[in-house]
Design a protein around this ligand. Structure first.
Ligand code: NAP
Length: 294
């Protein structure tokens, strides 16, 4: 039976450490880390994610600013706001919550964020630095997974890591991080996507399987080998007659059937999700200390 990789617990541990760090900064009269979040429009899921990020800032003692802009905001108006955030010395780092309304070019916005304030790690300069294994802001979800593996001391060197999904925010950076010469890392990595032929042949060979598809309960017991380490990034809300709300959150892995075969597994919820928020806070502290760009 697998040991649970408890993201909720580790995320809290990291937030407790950040809280102590903020107190030390306060005692020395230093600058309190300040994260801003820009939310354009009224997307329900984005509202929830941004609210959770702002709340997490408050809990660890960071300052936070929520910039709400209407759905009708033009690309130029958003670029003007970004310019202000880039030059505001009080703001250490900020995120522009994605997705943006369709009339705004996301690439243009991501590239307008000053790399030294890009605590989401989405700017091409920071992605390039990640690929070169230089100090940078790692994107929050992959960074969260790295920290989870690190804190559980999961052996990764020489292992075969199979990543399912090649999105720019999860799968692709995850494959880079697991292949680099570092701990966690030093894996032989296979990156699979929707065009991969005979997917099961790859998943069955995985020592570490990281799944970011957005396909509920896609990975079943027959697709994995005994002793596999499973990291399930997927979160999908599906109808359920076992909960009061009528909905439940499930991952991309069929948890109940894979659990007995795995050596470690992340639950959904309570696995990768909470780690994503903790990582954003760690990046914000790095920004405030000017650890990456001084
Ligand atoms: P995405 O941008 O939709 O990418 C999905 C990837 O899965 C694509 O690369 C796609 O391949 C691949 N794929 C789809 N169907 C496939 C199949 N049948 N076989 C193999 N590959 C397949 O998704 P994402 O943004 O990475 O998110 C993935 C999941 O993680 C979602 O459930 C999302 O909600 C969740 N998520 C969670 C967190 C967190 O903090 N816990 C953070 C981010 C995302 P192609 O490239 O060929 O289309």
């Amino acid at each position: 039976m697998a040991e649970i990789l408890d993201g909720k617990f580790i995320s809290q541990q990291i937030q407790d450490e950040l809280y102590l760090e903020v107190n030390r900064i306060k005692e020395k009269g230093g600058k309190i880390p300040h994260l801003a979040a820009v939310l354009v429009g009224n997307d329900g899921a984005s509202e929830t994610y941004v609210a959770a990020k702002v709340k997490a800032c408050e809990k660890v003692g960071f300052n936070s600013t929520l910039v709400r802009l209407p759905e009708t905001t033009t690309e130029q108006e958003l670029l003007d706001k970004i310019e202000l955030l880039n030059s505001d010395d009080e703001i250490d780092g900020y995120i522009v919550q994605l997705p943006l309304p369709k009339h705004i070019n996301e690439h243009k916005i991501v590239e307008a964020v000053a790399p030294e304030k890009d605590v989401d790690g989405f700017h091409p300069q920071n992605v390039g630095r990640m690929a070169l294994n230089l100090p940078t802001y790692l994107p929050a979800t992959p960074y969260g997974i790295v920290q989870l593996l690190e804190r559980y001391k999961i052996e990764t060197s020489g292992k075969h890591c199979v990543v399912l999904g090649r999105s720019h925010i999860v799968g692709s950076p995850m494959s880079i991080l697991m292949a680099r010469n570092a701990f966690p890392g030093n894996c032989t990595v296979t990156l699979c996507h929707s065009r991969t032929a005979n997917l099961k042949e790859f998943t069955q060979k995985a020592d570490i399987l990281i799944v970011a598809l957005g396909k509920p309960e896609f990975v079943t017991a027959d697709m994995v080998k005994d002793g596999v380490v499973v990291v399930d990034v997927g979160i999908t809300r599906i109808a359920s007659n076992t909960t009061k709300s009528g909905f439940k959150l499930v991952g991309d892995v069929h948890y109940d059937s894979v659990l007995p075969k795995a050596s470690y597994i992340t639950p959904v919820p309570g696995g990768v999700g909470p780690m994503t928020i903790a990582s954003l806070l760690v990046n914000t502290l790095k920004a405030s200390k000017k650890e990456i760009y001084s």
